[in-house]
Design a protein around this ligand. Structure first.
Ligand SMILES: *Cc1c(COP(=O)(O)O)cnc(C)c1O
Length: 224
């Protein structure tokens, strides 16, 4: 598991380099280590290497891992979320990245005992197979969700279409940034976060304004 510590260090260095290249402050970028389908011992290795922010995709898996691992871990829920699983993820997650419909937001609002930080997931590539609100729907959804008393909308999240060449993902990252700017202007809301960029393209995402990158494979290796 020494490998995980080394991978983590390499990813951190790549983030710092990308930030520098883009003239951005490294401190404005959060690395979410995506540990889905990796064992608790893999998470523990990253934890022991000093990492505290992890991302999970499945409610059951998050619940089990969070019970086995230290309480100062900051868990981000990044997977597709069914309304009947909201209760499971709500109390463990410090941010839910994948809110893509009003009914889900309402369920979160109803179950919440304190303010919940969320991101609106946008299907920026307009792919039929991907979740996320369409670009055109996002304004309305943002207005509706931000009026719910227990929800704080912190920004937008996206998963662009998959490309081998990260430069091809770049226009989608730019599009999400432009959408965020447009929404802030027309709603007056403050949307500080852009969650975008994974193993194959996080440097391009940082150059296009990501404040949160979600990296799994480059840290933990292939998923089992
Ligand atoms: C799995 C996953 C990631 C991490 O993907 P890698 O390519 O392994 O870095 C990031 N975001 C989401 C939403 C994921 O499901």
């Amino acid at each position: 598991m020494k490998e995980i510590a080394e991978n983590l260090k390499a990813v951190r260095e790549r983030i710092a380099t990308a930030a520098r290249k883009a003239g951005r402050n490294r401190a404005d970028i959060t690395l979410v280590a995506v540990s889905k389908m990796q064992g608790a011992e893999a998470v523990r290795s990253a934890y022991e290497a000093g990492h505290r922010v992890f991302g999970e995709n499945y409610a059951q898996e998050l619940e089990e891992k969070s019970r086995m691992l230290p309480g100062d871990i900051e868990w981000h829920f990044i997977g597709a979320l069914q309304s009947n699983k909201v209760k499971k993820v709500l109390y463990v997650s410090s941010m839910i990245h994948s809110v893509d419909r009003l009914s889900l937001a309402k369920e979160i609002d109803k179950r919440a005992e304190e303010s919940v930080r969320i991101l609106i997931e946008v299907n920026i590539g307009g792919e039929a197979t991907k979740s996320g609100s369409s670009e055109g729907e996002t304004m309305m959804l943002l207005e509706q969700i931000s009026s719910l008393p227990n929800i704080i909308v912190c920004g937008l999240m996206t998963m662009p279409p998959f490309f081998d060449d990260p430069d091809r993902a770049r226009p989608y990252f730019a599009k999400l940034r432009e959408l965020k700017n447009k929404l802030e202007k027309s709603t007056g809301l403050n949307l500080p976060h852009l969650s975008m960029g994974m193993t194959g393209d996080f440097e391009a995402a940082i150059e296009e304004g990501a404040t949160i990158v979600r990296v799994g494979t480059a840290i933990f290796g292939a998923r089992h």
